[in-house]
Every structure is written in C-alpha cells, then in structure tokens.
Design a protein around this ligand. Sequence first.
Ligand SMILES: Cc1cc2nc3c(=O)[nH]c(=O)nc-3n(C[C@H](O)[C@H](O)[C@H](O)COP(=O)(O)OP(=O)(O)OC[C@H]3O[C@@H](n4cnc5c(N)ncnc54)[C@H](O)[C@@H]3O)c2cc1C
Length: 596
Amino acid sequence: MPAYNPPLRDMRFVLQELLQVDQMFAVLPPHAGLDADTIHQVLEEGGKFAAGVVFPLNQVGDREGCRFDPATGSVTTPTGFRDAYRQFVDAGWPSLACDPAFGGQGLPAVLNNALYDMLNAANQAWTMYPGLSHGAYECLHAHGTPEQKALYLPKLVSGEWTGTMCLTEPHCGTDLGLLKTRAVARSDGSYRLSGGKIFISAGEHDMAANIVHLVLARLPDAPPGTRGISLFVVPKFLPDANGAPGARNAIHCGAIEHKLGIHGNATCQMNLDDATGWLVGEPHRGLNAMFVMMNAARLGVGMQSLGLTELAYQNAAAYARERQQGRSLTGAKHEDKPADPILVHPDVRRMLLTARAYAEGGRAFSSYVALMIDCEQHHPDPATRQQASDEVALLTPIAKAFLTDNAWIACSDALQVFGGHGYIAEWGMEQYLRDARINMIYEGTNTIQSLDLLARKVLSDNGAKLRQFGGKVRAFAEAHAADPRMAEFLVPLADLGEKLGKLTMEIGMKATQDRDEIGAAAVPYLRVAGHWMFAYFFARMAQLALDKAAGGDDFYRAKLSVARFYFARLLPETAMLIRQARSGAASLMAMDEDWF
Ligand SMILES: Cc1cc2nc3c(=O)[nH]c(=O)nc-3n(C[C@H](O)[C@H](O)[C@H](O)COP(=O)(O)OP(=O)(O)OC[C@H]3O[C@@H](n4cnc5c(N)ncnc54)[C@H](O)[C@@H]3O)c2cc1C
C-alpha cells in the first residue's frame, strides 16, 4: 500500500533557512506579524489533513472515477471526495491566503504554496477542485467590479462555492483567438452566452452548492483573434437577492471525458444555451484578465507535479529499502538476509536520487516564486515590487514546464524502482505516472510555456529579466567565492550561466532572420534555464548544509549528498540540451509537409 509523509522538515528548511521568509514577511505590511511558530503550525495541520483525509482517497478516486448521469446532467465524485471537501471547508483551508476583506485569513502565498505541495502529493485529482477555485478567486479579486467581488468572493473564499476556468473549445485549445462562444448584451446589464466548452476541470460536481464559471467569449463587435475575447462570470445557479444560489442557469454539463489519469476530477463538456453571465473587466480584454488566473494556475500545475514527484520518491525509497534482490557488487551488505535490499545497487540509487533531487529542487524553486508573488503584491517599495513582478513573469513558465517534465521523469524512474510491481495498480506508482502526464499538457502545453519564456519573457526585452536574475546568482557566487568547499557548485553554476547567456544571444540573432529558430530552440532552452535555476538553489542549499553537515545532522548530510548528485548527474544534461537548442530549425523544417 502506498504511503505519504508530509515533508515538513524540508519545507521548514526551505522557508526558514533557505528563503528566510521571516525577513521578507517583516517588510510586507500584511504579513509583518507572522512568526515561525504560526508557519509551523499551519504546515503541520495542513500535512495532517493531506495525509490523513485526502491521501486515503487517492486510489479510490482513481479506481472509481467520476460518474455522469445523462438524465440529470449531474456528476458524482468518487467515494469520500465530497466529505473530505466539507472537512476542508469547515477547517477554513480555502481562505488561507485570501483577502481578509472577503473573509480570508490573509496569509502569504508562499504558505499556501506549501499547503498545495502536500495536498497535490496526497491527491492531485481532489486538490484540483479547491485549486481552481483559488484561481477564480484571484481573477475576480483582480478584475471584478465591487458588486461582483461582494457577491462571489466571500463564497469562493469560504469554499462554499467552487470555481472553474472555461477557455477550451473543440476547435481551439492553444489558439484561443479561434474561440466562438458568443456573448450578447441584455438590457439589464447581463449577457446571454451560447457555445460549447470542452475539457473543463471541475465543471460539474457534487461537492459545493454553486459553481462559478469564468468563461471566455466573444461580443458581437469583437475584433477577430485574441484581441476580441471578453471574460464573463457565469454561475451555475444565479444568485438570488440574498446572494444565495437561486434559479438554475443555462450552463450544463453534457458529458465527462474518460481519460488517462486524474480520474477523480471531472473533465466536463459544458454547454451554454443562452446562459446568463456578467462581464468581468473591460470588453475585449478578457484574455488579459484571465491571465491572472492562468498565471496562478501555471504555478499551481507545477505544484501538482512537485507533489507527485515527492510522493513517487517516498514510495520508491521505502520499497527499495525492503525489496531484496541480488547482492551488492562490492560484496553482500546484509548477509543475514537471502539477498540485499535493492537500495545497494547504484542504478536504483540513481533513480531514487533523480526523483529526490527534482522534488527538493522543485520545492526550493517554487517556494521562491511564491515568495516573489508575496513581494510583488505587498512590498512597500514600487521598484522592489516591479523587480519581483519581473521575476514572477520570467519564472512562471519554468515552474510550469520544468517541474512537470521533471515529474514525468521522476514518476517513471520511481515506477522502475518497483520493477514489474510498479506497473500494476496495487502499489500506486502507475497512477502517479498517469496523473503526472496531464500536467505537461494543460494550462498551456510545455511547448507553449517554452515559447512564452524564450520569445516573450527573454528575447522581447533583450534578456533584461534574465540578466536581473543572473545578478542574484552572481551576487551569491561572489559572496562565497572565497570558500573552497563551494567550488564544486559555483564553478559549474557560473559556467552554465555563461553558456545560457551566449545561447540566448545566438538564438536572438538567428531569430532576426528566421522566427522558426525560436520554435526550434524553445523546449531545450527552457530546460537549460530550469537547470540553471535549480543549480543556483542547490548551490545555496549546499552552502547552508556544508557547515551543519559537519556537525553530523543527517538532514544536512543528505541535503549535501542530493546537491552533489544533482551537479554530477542531472546538470550535465544541459550539454546535450544546448547542442540541441543550437542545432537550429533546419533539421526540423527540411521535411516537406507532404512527406509526413
Ligand atoms: C484533463 C484535462 C483538463 C483540462 N482542464 C481545462 C480547464 O479546466 N479549462 C480549460 O479551458 N481547458 C482545460 N483543458 C484544456 C487544455 O488546456 C488544452 O488541452 C491545452 O491547452 C492544449 O490545447 P489542445 O488540446 O486544443 O491542443 P492543441 O492546441 O491542438 O495543440 C496540439 C499540439 O500542438 C502544439 N501546438 C499548438 N500550437 C502551437 C504553436 N503555436 N507552437 C508550437 N506548438 C503548438 C501543442 O503544444 C500540442 O502539442 C484541459 C485538458 C485536459 C486534457
């Protein structure tokens, strides 16, 4: 049977020692009073909830999936999902990082991020219900009218109602400029929406009293393409005069998808037949407004994969300690047993350490991004806020794509540790691999994240944001250059930074002649950038661990081992990736379309 232990020690290390969140909180007015004890308490209670309430439903949810009743259009979630959600709401978890003006607890995003690290590990499919609601909350908080905020936010904050994002249509996923759902103004200020959306996560379910759909649609006078998309709030039940769920709105689930993974989350076809909605933000600026939700969701998807990486690692490590096969190449290590545990074999260790390094690197990196979100929102100095905002923009596509690609590798390696037992359902590993696959696709495929990083975040400002981050890396390296113990980390870090800079310039130059050069280089480019950032965080973690490991504390000794493994075994992938990125578009574009 699989198990999950919330990685509280590592979270404390990342938040308190690596990122020193207390120092940041001290200068962010809403979080100034937040102390380490409160942080620990929240993480501990969140961990209990994730491991004790949500994790036991993970395999059940996968086996049962959601059930759709065509007669009523209703969706029943797997056994226990509804009850767990009720407990989640009763305990106040949805409100953790929400605005106190709407009933929230006002805690920082970085803490919410840590909560979702654990919830996603425990059960990604279940966690998507509250996760999407939080995105809807953020979007309405940023772009809703005062009336919309007063009506919807308290319900989303409490978790009484859940939220969705309705973008995708059968003929358009990546290219939202093609979307056809129509919205026509009524005289009372509302709109009539008609069209069909597909693949809507949590579009219909039995867990909450109402569902707040955020729908992209076109007004009659909309210009073509992405500049003609508007955003609407379309509740499943129209709120009555008291704000309670009233008449049923004409947005219905027509079917749910049967899919590879995340069976416990309903992926719905949603039909809008003159459904009533209200404009959010300005006409034709809907994609802009939706980006608030999409950006939050992108980091959220990265967190889904971080959770799976941790879960897969923990279970594979436990299995490798128990499973006995063969003898160590250097002679029996457990002579009292018929064979040694597979943990003695170097390649089993490679697979385990790969998963562990991706989990620990991902936790450090994603927590940093979340802390920058807190800084972007609350720092009193506008220049610091802008700098944090630039970093969040640069790092978000990496958090989405690098962490999700890594989870796919990690879950596959962790499954391999189980041999054939990993391939059968009993041990849970095949579920984690299946669940991990969607994270590379939705919220903008990883290809689209790579294009966003290279074209929009890096080349469009001639690498300014990248250089800004590079300044932090250099400052750290200079601060520790005199410590000879740090050379094994700082030399490859500096080397990769230099190569990334050159690669960026080279692609930028080629792109002035041929834009396909960007598309050809983007995916390996993002992975190189991701490794550079992980290398920076592993170097920082190693620096902290070096002194403390000498004192004999196993946590720091292990941290140092994982950092060394990362530099020795995972970072060298960048040599190949750089060659791929430099190889250009020619080998991809030479084939005639007819030859495929
Ligand atoms: C389980 C599940 C849940 C989902 N949940 C939601 C949800 O809640 N709300 C929602 O609105 N949507 C949701 N989606 C939809 C998801 O976001 C889309 O599937 C995704 O954005 C890709 O769109 P598509 O499937 O139409 O693929 P396409 O856009 O057709 O892409 C096909 C392939 O072409 C590539 N491609 C496309 N355009 C380009 C380009 N310009 N350059 C390079 N490569 C390109 C893509 O990377 C991909 O590999 C969900 C999907 C699934 C499967």
